[in-house]
Design a protein around this ligand. Structure first.
Ligand code: ZN
Length: 142
C-alpha cells in the first residue's frame, strides 16, 4: 500500500531529501559561522540573517518540520497539479525562517497554531518524483 519512496526522486533536490526512515524529509540549511543562524534554502547567496557570505561547506541537514503559524484552506488550485481544496500554511522551519507549505490533512479543524509539523514525502502526479507536504508531527511517527 505504501509506495517505496526511495525509488523516487525529490522534486526540489536542493531543498530536501528522504530521511533515513524512508518517509519523512530532511531539509538542507546553511549554518552561518558569524551569527549561528540557519538559512533556507541552503543555496541562498549569503546568510539571510546577517548577510555573511556562505558556501556549500556550511550546509547542514536537519529533520524537516517546524511550528505551524497560520493556515488557510484554498478552494482553487493555485498551480497546475495542485489539489483543491487543500490547506496551505506558514511554517517556522528554523529560528526566524518561515516557509509556506501544503499541509496534508483533510480538514483544518485538525490544526491549530503552534502545533508541531513534520515534513513528509508525498508521491507526485508526475512520474518518479515526490514532493514535500507537512503533517501533524504525531502522525508522522510510525
Ligand atoms: Zn549570519
Amino acid at each position: 500500500m505504501t509506495p517505496d519512496l526511495s525509488t523516487l526522486k525529490p522534486q526540489r533536490p536542493s531543498l530536501y531529501r528522504l530521511a533515513a526512515d524512508g518517509h519523512s524529509l530532511d531539509f538542507f540549511f546553511t549554518h552561518c559561522p558569524a551569527c549561528q543562524g540557519l538559512s533556507f534554502p541552503a543555496n541562498a547567496p549569503g546568510c539571510m540573517h546577517c548577510g555573511h557570505p556562505t558556501d556549500a561547506a556550511m550546509q547542514v541537514v536537519r529533520p524537516g518540520g517546524g511550528t505551524l503559524l497560520e493556515y488557510v484552506t484554498l478552494h482553487v488550485a493555485l498551480v497546475p497539479g495542485m489539489q483543491a481544496p487543500s490547506i496551505a500554511g506558514d511554517i517556522r522551519i528554523a529560528e526566524q525562517v518561515v516557509e509556506e507549505g501544503v499541509i496534508a490533512v483533510d480538514d483544518e479543524s485538525r490544526l491549530q497554531p503552534g502545533m508541531a509539523l513534520r515534513a513528509v514525502a508525498v508521491p507526485s502526479a508526475s512520474a518518479g518524483t515526490y514532493g514535500c507536504q507537512f503533517v501533524p508531527a504525531q502522525e508522522a511517527m510510525r
